[in-house]
Design a protein around this ligand. Sequence first.
Ligand SMILES: *Cc1c(COP(=O)(O)O)cnc(C)c1O
Length: 389
Amino acid sequence: MLVDSSLDEVKKRENSFKIIRDIIKNQGRASLYDLTGLSGGFIASSKDLNLLETYVGPAIFEEELDRLGKEHLGGEKTLAVNRTSSGILATILTLLKNDSYLIHFLPEFPSHPSILRSVEIVKGKYLEFNNLDDFYLMENASLLVITGSTMDHKVLDEETFKKLIAMAHEKNIPVFVDDASGARLRTIIYNQKRATDLGADLVVTSTDKLMPGPRGGLMAGKLDLINKIKVTANKFGLEAQPPSILAMVNGFKSFNKQTLLDAVNKKEVLMKLLNSYCMFEETATGVMVPKEALQDEINKYLDSPLNKELSSSDLCFIWASLLLKEKGIITIPAVSMVGASATVRFDLSSKDAMNLDMKILYEKIDESFKELLNVIMNLEKSKFLLYGV
Ligand SMILES: *Cc1c(COP(=O)(O)O)cnc(C)c1O
């Protein structure tokens, strides 16, 4: 494996940032297409920014965020956190009892790594399910986490959602929904109810997934639970800071459902253009290639076997680097945080997709895949693409 540790992932990310800097310096921002679906946006007027310098700003923005956040997520109170992962950690630190189980249900594996990592910190026990027939809640379970939409945008159906919540509540187990992208995907594209309206006690969403906000998390839910989690978040510095809260407020104000709905149409056009490939799967607002599918597609074209050092994740990482370096397309595997999914996903609700013709995007994808077939024949070239050395 070329990318074999968390440190490798950090180095890969640093190299991608260098490539991004070079493209911006030599060709300009317009030559980059961020199709991650994570905007990291920071919308703020100079009036907003001036307010930030006093104590008045945070007082105003926090109240505004609570109002907008409750509109978006429901619930009695909200809590802004540094990242979705921070909200997950704060919740697990607060609610998972010693030696008890956190049960996690998600529509498809793999889980987001922050959940298991947080359970390990409190020395709790962990069990995950992706199938309702196998699912059960043991006596010493103290928290049910439901992922509404996975990292790869696989969405849980509403019937299963309701059954899971009912089963947990029958045993007085609180339900926490990880709706990082789901808070928007599920409700807008799939017409599902908000997690709190389905009966969940707590929910967290990511303020930069499929909306123009900053990297951050917003939690909502029952007043007493949010208050307890807020205390934990404050103790460990997991809460969002005033500049993020300001950008969250403006992110929610600028959020437009239509952008997501338009992405569905674009996806249909792009899927047709890509029909000579078997590896592409539709997501709600784009297309994606899981690592196994990429490996299978590559195997069809190769005359000689692939170097055993290359894992299927490596293939995704190398392709993502090529897409970035040669075509200016940013996808998650090039820039992701440690442990994120290797799936190469093109999100068409991204701001940069608005001015991108699908025919041109198709050509960029097609050419870079052909280039990938060459590069992976040479381990040194592959390493250079990943790490720049
Ligand atoms: C993105 C994501 C997270 C983590 O978000 P961060 O901002 O990286 O902390 C957690 N769970 C799911 C399902 C996600 O998609």
